[in-house]
Design a protein around this ligand. Structure first.
Ligand code: HEC
Ligand code: HEC
Length: 352
């Protein structure tokens, strides 16, 4: 008996171990061939983003993340995808104040646009989610959005004719919460917008890229009279802080205080980028401003004097020409090449 068992073990060692080693070698080799490394193209004037180290980019992963982003399979009744609220032709924002989730449920905040996410320090309008990968869980599980569970999504993906192989190729791994969220994160990192007329004027020395009117608007934007640049600063037009811009005297949505439970954070929201405003109306966390004139009216009036309102919101007067110039400048941040490229990502080929 003992001898036999020793013999069996030897046989096992001889037959299976080398064979297994060989298989894993082959998988490694074939994987090296299959995944194609990918480098983000960073626009002139932008800093290098600090990407999560647990998610090295490759083209297969990005393509997989893109497929998932547009797949209604992620939602409970397979009726909506990420792109149902983040429209490709609207710099990935929604056109309505509050988005509609499964079972026609109404959201509580305006869906923000999605671009230059790799530079964000935190996600959501209150900064409540620390990483882009973690953010993916939120819409999947939110009862007002996809109203599903991550485990159910994984079960569905596992019986799908294509996904198991696509995950295997992109990650050399199976479908897990880790790989699911990293695929979508990788796709979202590639949504980079930095080729507006303003960028060409400011960073690429194309003096004619901005009209004289937009150039005057840029000066106004930077002026001590308007103070816009104090919060909407740097290449992405945000200083990545949470501020109360005095939209309400009483905030129904307490913003940052939802996360910190600190009364000095009531009414504070993440300072949003001002890029692509031409595509992202309506504005503010609740979509309460229909157009840029309404936004400017709000700032010119000096806010509603909430107790947390920033001292930088003091009100100002603009004549007709100045208001026109300011809007011309804001519209010079529209990156139409970004939007015409992202429109093509939509797999349903809907005429937009
Ligand atoms: C039903 C509409 C809806 C769907 C579906 C949806 N989102 Fe959103 N998304 C929103 C809203 C609303 C917010 C703002 C939430 C907040 O600030 O609390 C948001 C915020 C985000 C943010 C944060 C952006 C930032 O600047 O901080 C990201 C990233 C995002 N969504 C990606 C996704 C992905 C990926 C999916 C699919 C897995 C998805 N969304 C599905 C409505 C939606
Ligand atoms: C004290 C910081 C601060 C200053 C100064 C400031 N903003 Fe804002 N801005 C914010 C915050 C915070 C929000 C988001 C508020 C919300 O969602 O309710 C915002 C939102 C906006 C939006 C809407 C963007 C969107 O995608 O919804 C526009 C446009 C805007 N600001 C333009 C301006 C202009 C123009 C000026 C100068 C006249 C200015 N801001 C000055 C902090 C500031």
């Amino acid at each position: 008996m003992i001898l036999r068992s020793i013999f069996n073990r030897l046989l096992f060692l001889l037959v299976f171990i080398p064979a297994c080693a060989q298989i894993s070698d082959e998988t490694q080799q074939s994987n090296e061939v299959k995944t194609t490394p990918y480098e983000l193209e960073i626009p002139v004037g932008f800093t290098e983003p600090v990407l999560a180290e647990d998610n090295p980019l490759n083209q297969e992963k990005i393509a997989l993340g893109q497929k998932l982003f547009f797949d209604p399979l992620l939602s409970k009744d397979s009726s909506i995808s990420c792109a149902s609220c983040h429209f490709t032709h609207k710099a990935f924002s929604d056109t309505v104040r509050f988005s509609i989730g499964v079972d026609d449920s109404l959201g509580i905040r305006n869906a923000p646009p999605l671009f230059n996410l790799a530079w964000n320090e935190a996600y959501m309008r209150d900064g409540g989610v620390p990483t882009l990968a973690m953010q993916v869980i939120s819409p999947i599980q939110d009862e007002r959005e996809m109203h599903n569970t991550v485990m159910d999504v994984i079960d569905r993906l596992n019986v799908h004719p294509e996904y198991p192989q696509l995950f295997q190729t992109a990650f050399n791994d199976s479908i897990t919460p880790f790989t699911l969220t990293r695929a979508i994160e990788a796709f979202e990192w590639t949504l980079i917008s930095g080729n507006s007329p303003f960028d060409r004027f400011e960073y690429q020395q194309e003096e004619k890229a901005l009209s004289p009117s937009a150039q005057r608007g840029w000066e106004l934007f930077k002026s001590d009279r308007l103070n816009c640049i104090q919060c909407h600063s740097e290449f992405n037009f945000t200083n990545n802080t949470y501020q109360c811009n005095g939209l309400y005297e009483n905030y129904e949505d307490v913003g940052r205080a939802r996360i910190t439970h600190d009364s000095t954070d009531i009414g504070k929201f993440k300072v949003p980028s001002l890029r692509n405003l031409g595509f992202t109306a309506p504005y503010f966390h609740d979509g309460s401003a229909a157009d840029l004139n309404e936004v400017i009216d709000h700032y010119a009036a000096g806010g509603k004097k909430h107790f947390n309102q920033s001292e930088l919101i003091g009100g100002f007067e603009l004549n007709e020409q100045e208001r026109f110039d300011l809007i011309e400048f804001l519209c010079s941040l529209n990156d139409s090449s970004f939007v015409s490229n992202t429109k093509k990502l939509n797999p349903s080929n809907i005429e937009l």
